[in-house]
Design a protein around this ligand. Structure first.
Ligand code: ADP
Length: 482
């Protein structure tokens, strides 16, 4: 029964899918007024019972029965139903029934009442009509239909009772007037209801949109803040890294000038002494040997600097070849047989599985440089005890070269920084032939170049274990079963 579309402008039309929620909403928003109206209706019906007593004293009991046994109980039942959810769906129907019951009960009274008092009750029907349109808030279609139904009953009763024409016209005029006013008022009332409903809906939609935008904004702000914090942390790290590197560079420069000056001074000093013709042969041999070892040291420092700058500029190329790992160990041992390389005469042992000496494929020179660097350190930082150089094959697809020593060891704290460039620990320790803090950085970079991994296990006072793990690539002729 939805004829609303015919009467309301498109801007006030409720979309089909929202009609039931509009019905519900219109009842819910005025439920208190509706209940109040029903109670008012009950009171008016009861109040007008006094009129029955005076106008139709011989029929008042009959009328009271209509009032108190039909209309009022029916209205109270609808009042009770208004507390149930069904009222939200069918509220307008129940309220229309209240109007019909009220209106027709009065028409019934007119039917049985004497002609001279009929007019009083005709006004009663008009009252019911006005009441339904205004207080009961009947919506347009319901109000319109109730108006027509009551008007039809009204006219039928007039016609059947053979009321004189003047009265009939007079009554009908009032009735039509009341109907017209009532229908118009319910029309405008509903128009407002619709507008309000649609506005509220748009408002809710906008609110939801704003909430969604707000929450997405919050998410974005959070994300941005998080990213900024991350960037901030990275900047702080970078700053401290830069400061550290700056400090290291200053320390390096200071150390480097000392490292270079010391052998240079000694070379210059002894060369000057040697220029004296009267110097004894034995003495001159001694001085020449000092000049020689200082030159080697100077050369090593220069080599280290050249190596690290080459590595850093990425200009180092590797040229892998096939060779037996034992060859590396042999060469390193030969090198450390000399007094220059092992001035303290530390015992150097070699260890490797003789039975599995199949060829490996890597850069021979780099590998030698790595093992020599580690062995130099081992010899340097082992005042007494022994150094063990070797390799093992615990896994089929890798080989592990190692240099173990029983020297001074490295604390856990220092192990974290020891591979950084220009890092020297125990810097104030009087270690003879101390380097410039580049050896391990070069060793690590060289290990990376040949796709190996360097591992350090050490404890202060207990010595250090350096291991280089290389992925194995066998020569086609090699023993792969080992
Ligand atoms: P350096 O040229 O000073 O030896 P490295 O980079 O080779 O520089 O080594 C850095 C520091 O690591 C050294 O100053 C030394 O204190 C420590 N270190 C390296 N190898 C050993 C080792 N085998 N035993 C104890 N300390 C070591």
């Amino acid at each position: 029964m939805d004829l609303h579309g015919l009467f309301f402008r498109p801007s006030n039309r409720i979309p089909k899918e929202l009609i039931s929620s509009f019905n519900r909403d219109s009842i819910q928003s005025s439920i208190k007024n509706i209940r109040f109206a029903i109670i008012l209706c009950v009171l008016l019906f009861a109040g007008f019972a006094i009129l029955d007593f005076y106008t139709v004293p011989h029929l008042y009991k009959y009328f009271w029965a209509i009032r108190f046994l039909i209309v009022i109980p029916f209205s109270l039942i609808v009042f009770a139903i208004s507390y149930f959810p069904i009222f939200l769906r069918l509220g307008q129907l129940f309220l229309s029934l209240v109007s019909i019951v009220g209106g027709y009960s009065i028409l019934w009274m007119i039917w049985v009442t004497p002609v001279e008092v009929q007019n009083t009750y005709y006004v009663g029907v008009i009252l019911v009509l006005m009441f339904s349109f205004t207080f009961l808030r009947l919506r347009f279609v319901y109000g319109f239909l109730i108006g027509i139904i009551l008007f039809a009953g009204f006219e039928i009763v007039q016609v059947c009772l053979d009321v004189d024409n003047l009265t009939k016209v007079n009554n009908s005029f009032f009735m039509v007037g009341a109907l017209f006013i009532g229908i118009l008022s319910s029309y405008f009332h509903e128009k407002l209801l619709r507008k309000e409903f649609l506005l509220r809906r748009t408002l809710e939609q906008e609110k939801r949109k704003t909430e969604a935008i707000n929450s997405s904004l919050e998410d974005r702000v959070e994300e941005r803040t998080r990213r900024l914090q991350e960037m901030n942390e990275q900047l702080i790290d970078a700053k401290s890294e830069a400061e550290k590197s700056d400090q290291l560079k200053s320390a390096f420069l200071a150390n480097m000038s000392h490292e270079i000056r010391t052998p240079m001074n000694s070379i210059l000093g002894f060369t000057e002494i040697l220029s004296d013709d009267e110097i004894e042969k034995e003495q001159s041999h001694k001085y020449l040997s000092i000049i020689h070892s200082n030159s080697i040291r100077l050369l090593q420092i220069i080599n280290d600097i050249i190596d690290i700058s080459k590595i850093e500029s990425g200009s180092v190329e590797i040229s892998p070849t096939f060779f037996k790992p034992s060859k590396v160990i042999g060469e390193v041992l030969d090198l450390f047989g000399s007094i220059e390389m092992n001035p303290n005469g530390i015992e150097i042992l070699s260890e490797y599985p003789k039975e599995s000496d199949s060829e490996i494929f890597t850069d021979y020179t780099k590998l030698i440089q790595i093992i020599v660097n580690l062995s130099q350190n081992a010899v340097k930082y082992t005042p007494k005890g022994q150094v063990k150089i070797g390799y093992k094959r615990e896994h089929k697809d890798s080989i592990c070269f190692y240099v173990y020593d029983t020297g001074i060891g490295i604390s856990e704290e220092d192990q974290k920084t020891i591979f950084n460039r220009f890092t020297q620990v125990n810097i104030d320790q009087k270690t003879p032939n101390k380097g410039v803090g580049l050896g391990l950085a070069i060793t690590q970079a060289n290990t990376n170049l040949i796709q190996g991994k360097i591992k350090l296990t050490s404890a202060l006072g207990e010595g250090s274990h350096f291991e280089i793990n290389l992925p194995m690539r066998y020569s086609s002729s090699a023993d792969q079963s080992s």
